[in-house]
Design a binder for this molecule. Structure first.
Ligand code: AHR
Length: 352
C-alpha cells in the first residue's frame, strides 16, 4: 500500500512538472511561467525586453549596462534588445518607438532627463507594453504611464555628502562663511542632477557656505576637467568642489593638479577638497583611500538583478512596488567624521 501511494505521488509530481514546464531544458523562460500562463514570451519561449540606456558617459553607467546585460541574458530566458541613447533624449524616444514596432514584451527605460516622456510613454501604454523605469525618474502627467521604478534616492545622496562637509567643518573649526564651493553639475534635468544640486543649494542656505558657481559637466570626465579649468581661472578662492559623479571628479582633479594646486582636506592651507558621487569603480575606491576624493555619496549601479526580479514577478502576476529605492553608503578615509545623520537616520561613514 505504501509503495502504491508513493507511485501515485510520483505520477502527480511528474504531471505537475510537465504542466508548469519546470525542468524543461528547452524552455528558457521556464522560471517565469505558470500552468494557466498569461505571461509574455516569444515563439521560442524567450521574454523580449527592449532596454533604452542613457549612454556610456561614466564608469557607473558602464557597470550598470553590464549588470543589466548579465541579468537579462539568454540563459535567464531573455531576448534583450539593447540601445545606447548617447545621452540624447531623442535617441531614446526613437528606440522606444522601435521597441513598440517590434512588439517587445517589456520596455526598460533609463531616462536621460525627467521631462518630455508623456507622448512616447502613452504610445507604449496604448500598445499594452509595460514600461519599467530604472535609475532616473520621469516627470509625466499620469504615473500609470510606467509600471514601476527602481533606483537611487538622489536627494538623500546629496544630503549625506553635505552633512559630511558640515560635520567636517565643525570638527575642524571652519565656519560656513569660509567655504567657497563650486558645483560641477551632472546632465541638467536628470534626476541625479536635480536631487544632488537641490540638496547642495539647501545646505548652502542652511550652513552659510558661498556657492561661487554651478556649471554642467554632463557626468563626463572630459567635461568635468573643462569646467573645473574654467572655474579655477575665474575664481582664486575655491576650496571645495562638489562633483556630481566620480568621472567629473577625476576630470576636476586633473584640472586642479594641472593648475599647480593640490587636492585634499587641508583647505585651511590651500588644498581643494573634492566631493563626489557613485564610488563604483576601482579608480574611485583608490581615490577615496588615498584622500584625493574626500567623500563620496554612493550611487549603486547594480540594477540588473532588481529589474530581472521585477519582470519575473510581473510574469507571475505579482505587482511590483511602484517605487523601489536602493540602500547606499557614504565613503571617506577622513577619520574626523565617523557618522552623519539625515532626517533622523544615522549613516556610518565607511572606507570603501
Ligand atoms: O543617474 C545616475 C548617474 O548617472 C550616476 O551618478 C552617473 O555616474 C551616471 O552617469
Amino acid at each position: 500500500m505504501k509503495i502504491k501511494v508513493k507511485t501515485l505521488l510520483s505520477q502527480i509530481l511528474i504531471i505537475v512538472l510537465l504542466l508548469t514546464g519546470c525542468g524543461r531544458p528547452d524552455s528558457p523562460a521556464a522560471a517565469g511561467t505558470r500552468s494557466n500562463d498569461t505571461s509574455k514570451k516569444d515563439d521560442k519561449g524567450y521574454i523580449t525586453v527592449g532596454f533604452s540606456q542613457v549612454g556610456a558617459e561614466s564608469d557607473w553607467r558602464n557597470i550598470n549596462t553590464e549588470s543589466m546585460k548579465d541579468s537579462l541574458c539568454a540563459e535567464n530566458g531573455y531576448d534583450l534588445i539593447y540601445d545606447d541613447g548617447q545621452q540624447k533624449q531623442q535617441n531614446q524616444i526613437t528606440a522606444i518607438r522601435t521597441f513598440i514596432q517590434k512588439e517587445v514584451d517589456y520596455i526598460v527605460l533609463a531616462p536621460v532627463i525627467e521631462d518630455g516622456w508623456n507622448t512616447v510613454l502613452t504610445e507604449a501604454s496604448d500598445a499594452g507594453i509595460p514600461v519599467i523605469l530604472v535609475d532616473r525618474m520621469v516627470n509625466v502627467s499620469d504615473p500609470d504611464l510606467f509600471t514601476c521604478w527602481v533606483g537611487s534616492d538622489f536627494e538623500l545622496e546629496g544630503r549625506k555628502v553635505c552633512e559630511w562637509l558640515n560635520a567636517f567643518c565643525k570638527a575642524n573649526r571652519i565656519s560656513g562663511g569660509e567655504i567657497n564651493i563650486v558645483n560641477i553639475m551632472g546632465t541638467e534635468g536628470a534626476s541625479a542632477e536635480i536631487g544632488r544640486s537641490r540638496t547642495l543649494r539647501e545646505a548652502v542656505r542652511q550652513y552659510g557656505w558661498n556657492l561661487l558657481d554651478e556649471r554642467s559637466g554632463e557626468f563626463t570626465q572630459a567635461k568635468g576637467r573643462e569646467v573645473m579649468s574654467q572655474f579655477l581661472k575665474q575664481y582664486n578662492n575655491i576650496n571645495v568642489v562638489y562633483c556630481e559623479n566620480d568621472n567629473e571628479a577625476f576630470g576636476a582633479i586633473d584640472a586642479i593638479e594641472a593648475s599647480g594646486r593640490t587636492v585634499g582636506t587641508d583647505i585651511k592651507h590651500g588644498e581643494i577638497m573634492v566631493l563626489a558621487f557613485d564610488g563604483s569603480s576601482d579608480q574611485a575606491v583608490e581615490a577615496v583611500r588615498s584622500g584625493r576624493i574626500s567623500c563620496i555619496g554612493e550611487c549603486n549601479p547594480l540594477h540588473g538583478p532588481r529589474v530581472e526580479k521585477i519582470i519575473r514577478n510581473l510574469q507571475n502576476g505579482i505587482t511590483p512596488d511602484k517605487y523601489e529605492y536602493v540602500d547606499e553608503d557614504i565613503f571617506s578615509a577622513e577619520p574626523c567624521v565617523k557618522s552623519i545623520t539625515v532626517k533622523g537616520e544615522t549613516y556610518t561613514v565607511k572606507l570603501p
